[in-house]
Design a protein around this ligand. Sequence first.
Ligand code: CDP
Ligand code: CDP
Length: 221
Amino acid sequence: NTHIPVITIDGPTASGKGTVAQRVAQHLGFHYLDSGALYRLTALSVLRRNVPLDDEHALAKAAEHLHCHFSGAHIFLANEDVSNDIRAEAVGNLASKIAAIPTVRQALYGLQLSFRQHPGLVADGRDMGTVIFPHAGLKVFLTASVEARAQRRYKQLIDKGFSAIMEDLLKDLTERDARDTNRSSAPLKAAEGAHLLDTSAMTADQAVEQVLSWYAATKQV
Ligand code: CDP
Ligand code: CDP
């Protein structure tokens, strides 16, 4: 299936990857892979089953045997709708910790590739353009200032009914950025040839327009 078009959108937490990737996918009629959700699902599964967090072998097993499925905007873990539960900051923070373990990443590799189906895929995460789909036709690296990202995440959490404290969020975001960027396995970085897009002063729709116009340009050459 390597001829099926892929657009990768990578970037730090709360840069708008998910929102932009979903809208681009919807516009093009493409499938959508939220790779971060797979790490969040693994984290939630580990928390629910009390897997010891220092047992790398057990963590990799949890990733390998992840019983999940995606249906529209809903995400299921063993038939339970966990779309909201996986968005908790505690789950995101644990996801970022276990995502640093190479055997966990390896366990989720094949599942991510399987999302590449006709007529195309938009995939968002940290290593979509660098590791999972290195030959993607269009690669985007989304960024925004840490303040803009903390504000976006704050609003999202409150809208979902979670409580949030801005100071804690800024600290979490900075720590997560550092962990995702400094790990040795698939660190967060712009892929070679990626288009950089700083959305600090942009709406999500403006970012979507930019990605769509880059995509249109790849089809003209
Ligand atoms: O929504 P947010 O950007 O905060 O996080 P996410 O995309 O849901 O991903 C949660 C965590 O999973 C990140 O902090 C990363 O450490 C990890 N992740 C990763 O390592 N590789 C990916 N392709 C996607 C997420
Ligand atoms: O996936 P990621 O963690 O990178 O971000 P997200 O879950 O898509 O969250 C970004 C939030 O910021 C959403 O509530 C968007 O509506 C909002 N936003 C955006 O995505 N892009 C902008 N340029 C401005 C706001």
